[in-house]
Ligand binder design. Structure first.
Ligand code: ADP
Ligand code: MG
Length: 421
């Protein structure tokens, strides 16, 4: 079928015409359709078989432009191919931790996937101070498995090259490259920021050491093809409930530095932490929930690092360091030392990429709902100022970081005066 953007009406005929969906939508069933996309980028339809409440799917279709900006901002529809490929890879490597793919259609730039009913986009319940006892285990497993099994530590060079060829997308990469690492820190028309933090924003834009650190992280993002990263793994790309956690929306997936994904996750937890200075006025309640968020940061890193190392020991089949290479007296210890150094490098990249992403949310094209939902700009500034200090220090001190407690320590130091006021 030649490409056409679907509507709530035309989705019905489309799903009924797809052999892969025959069991979910038999020809004579009643179908209800609702478009629910948050409106940023793509069309997202929930499609339900009215005769059988168990049968519903989500159909996501790319438009040939960026939805928020309108047709004046063309954006390749091919991004849906990257999203589909990545979701299929997640289904294989981390089953249950991403929506199941039922059908896809490259010509129509769409994917049909499991409807995550009774799930919430993570940002919202975090603002409402909900707790998710299984989140650390789930997200660390997701990251460790999808990143390890697509890296040079597991795959041969030939396999890696073949996989990388499926994820070549200059236009999408450039969006992240510029909007995360460059434009927010110079004059650029799309930048927005809270006028209350104008002085802090301007100070970042002329801070020599910070600008050097940012461009170094950009270079790493462009050149360091470590694994198939999601590349937009923030708390708006996680849907969860008490039992399950699913990662969605990997349209930017490509081969890049692992720390970019881990950093996005940790940095978003910290921004949520800071947003509670406005969202949660009761001090005791706030402090208790903020401690919980720091436990998430610690737990996500520690479990991710432990699982990644465990997978490496068990499946050291990549061309990078074959097991035979370590067969010499003391070789076991040398292998352990190489793993330690590699994983420490991931943490330092996590700090650098997480720091850059924290800063860009304060002064670039898009902020995060955790912050923008604080309507009083003075109150919002109370949450945003420490984000600028923390992001800056994560970036500048990244090479001295030796453990996750160093990153958490920076958060504690930079929020001490907020606590006291
Ligand atoms: P975009 O790329 O346009 O940002 P997302 O993949 O983030 O699209 O999806 C937009 C919204 O649609 C999500 O925030 C979520 O509310 C809803 N959504 C997306 N996928 C699913 C799904 N599999 N099940 C239920 N809701 C979903
Ligand atoms: Mg998206």
């Amino acid at each position: 079928m030649a490409y056409q953007a679907l509507t709530e009406e035309s989705v019905v005929g489309y799903v009924k015409g797809r052999p892969a969906l025959e069991n979910i939508f038999p020809p004579d069933c009643n179908v209800a359709v609702k478009e629910v996309g948050d409106g940023n980028v793509n069309l997202v339809f929930i499609v339900e078989n009215r005769d059988d409440a168990q049968h519903s799917v989500v159909l996501k279709q790319a438009l040939p432009y960026l939805r928020v900006a309108g047709e004046s901002w063309p954006l390749t529809r091919e991004r849906m191919r990257f999203e589909t490929q990545a979701l299929l890879t997640y289904n294989e490597l981390a089953p249950g931790l991403a929506p199941k793919v039922y059908d896809h259609d490259n010509e129509m730039s769409l994917v049909v996937m499991e409807h995550l009913r009774d799930f919430e986009i993570m940002r919202k319940p975090l603002v409402a101070r909900k707790r998710f006892p299984r989140f650390i285990d789930h997200i660390s497993t997701f990251m460790a498995r999808t990143l390890f099994f697509t890296s040079d530590l597991y795959l041969t060079r030939v396999e890696i090259k073949a996989l990388q060829e499926k994820y070549v997308h200059a236009q999408l990469n450039k969006i992240q490259e510029d909007f995360v690492f460059t434009n927010p820190y110079m004059e650029s028309p799309e930048n927005t920021w809270n006028p209350e933090i104008d002085a802090e924003v301007k100070a970042v834009r002329k801070n020599r050491e910070l600008k050097l650190a940012l461009v170094e992280m950009k270079e790493a993002y462009i050149t360091h093809k470590q694994a198939l990263i999601h590349s937009d793994l923030h708390t708006g790309s996680v849907m969860l409930n008490q039992e399950r956690t699913c990662v969605i929306d990997p349209e930017f997936a490509f081969f890049g530095p692992i720390g970019f994904d881990v950093g996005a996750m940790l940095e978003n937890l910290i921004l949520n932490f800071l947003s509670h200075y406005a969202h949660t006025l009761d001090r005791k309640e706030r402090s208790s929930y903020q401690q919980y968020l720091l436990e998430l940061v610690r737990g996500v890193w520690n479990e991710f690092a432990g699982k990644f190392d465990g997978l490496w020991v068990e499946h050291n089949c990549g061309d990078l360091v074959q097991s035979a290479y370590w067969q010499f007296p003391g070789g076991d210890k040398a292998f352990a030392e190489y793993r330690r150094r590699y994983i420490l490098g991931l943490l330092q990249d996590t700090a650098g990429c997480g720091g850059a992403k924290m800063l860009r949310r304060m002064m670039g094209i898009v902020s995060v709902w955790d912050m923008t939902s604080i309507k009083d700009l003075k109150e919002r500034a109370i949450a945003e100022r420490p984000a600028i200090r923390i992001g800056s220090r994560w970036l500048l001190e990244r090479r001295q970081i030796t453990g996750i407690d160093d990153l958490i320590g920076i958060v504690e130091e930079e929020t001490r005066e907020v606590e006291a006021s």
